[in-house]
Write a protein that binds this ligand. Sequence first.
Ligand code: MV4
Length: 448
Amino acid sequence: MFDKILIANRGEIALRVIRACREMGIASVAVHSTADTDAMHVRMADESVCIGPPPSASSYLSMPAIISACEITGAQAIHPGYGFLSENATFVQMVEDHGLTFIGPRAEHIRIMGDKITAKETAAQLGIPVVPGSEGGVNDVETARRVAAEIGYPVIIKATAGGGGRGMKVAHDDGALEVAFRTARAEAKAAFGNPDVYIEKYLQKPRHIEIQVFGDGRGRAVHLGERDCSLQRRHQKVLEEAPGPAITAEERARIGKVCADAMAKLGYAGAGTVEFLYEDGEFYFIEMNTRLQVEHPVTEAIFNVDLVREQICVAAGNEMTLRQEDLSIRGHAIEVRINAERVPDFAPCPGRVTQYHAPGGLGVRVDSAIYDGYSIPPHYDSLIGKLIVHGRDRPEALARLNRALSELIVDGVDTTVPLFRELLKDPDIQSGNYSIHWLERWLERNYH
Ligand code: MV4
């Protein structure tokens, strides 16, 4: 096992990893920019290294600075958290070239899943159901027309280098196809330096369902059910829950096994998420994320598994302790993302937290790195905390979330907390009846 791990991240996810390290008796090293000298992850880690000025590109994304911090402190492994360098295959290669261990999948698997066409082809070959569409990329309008006519309108044109919703165009009929196709290619070229696009049948009212997978890198893999992450605004998740309110035990077992078998065949190492659109009882693969996700705590709650501990174990070359037959779901969990943002326009609202009180009690988990008097710097993501509740069933989880939100105090900056207090009153949220478009429509109804 490692003696010392460096966490190449900040905020709540850095704390999350430090907590796992401490429970495992592993020393932790925080890295930080000059904007984060007073950050909680720096205080909680056993050691810290300043790696550069506030802009991420000069600090949290600086590969040489992070590798140097390992060499200075003697850290043997790097946990990337999410975002930043977590899905950067070049970084993984560099880490390994310096005799260090990347706590995550192999560079090759990150690279495959980072290109959306290759990811989809790989998924299909591995037996994962995919959205009907073009085989590979489409480079000319004539081919686009032919594919669209074959699969039927509406269709969606996606950038292969995209992901997370950037570079997508919908065409509802043949008349709209040419403009959508050319616009998608131009935007893809401008945004990613790569004009390649592919075409899919456009699903009109799906849910976003993602399957948590975990592999040992030696041909064994398990699944830990799904999360429903349909409540999003502009491709930013707002609330996530597990299990998915629309998914049956039979569906979970079937799609879960398909994903676990696929990851076993790939030789995938560590935590991963296979993303699907779910409509009319069918799952359609869209992307795979090769990292630990923001919303992993809802899965941890219902399976009683520490995913970061498992990541560290597998990276250290230990046997994976997870066995599919031991993994069973207990109850229901919901996470809400607390962002320092002004509702309804969700403009970032950095500044000083004048008062902070975290809720507690049975079934309540708060993952946050803020504290009384903390100044939220303007340079980074506006996520300042996650409130995760666990109950014996969905109604109990909802009641607990409502109660925890009533206890939570974050003063001095605007946050998404008041939004959740309103959202929980809606009958569709109470009943779990929502698709990927539900939240934007609710915001229009309630705030415009
Ligand atoms: C789609 C789709 C409908 N049909 N693909 C958006 C982000 C990227 N991960 C994939 N996305 C979508 N792909 C087909 N064939 C609708 C979306 C989509 C979406 C997906 C998940 C969560 C929220 C979304 C909001 C708008 C569109």
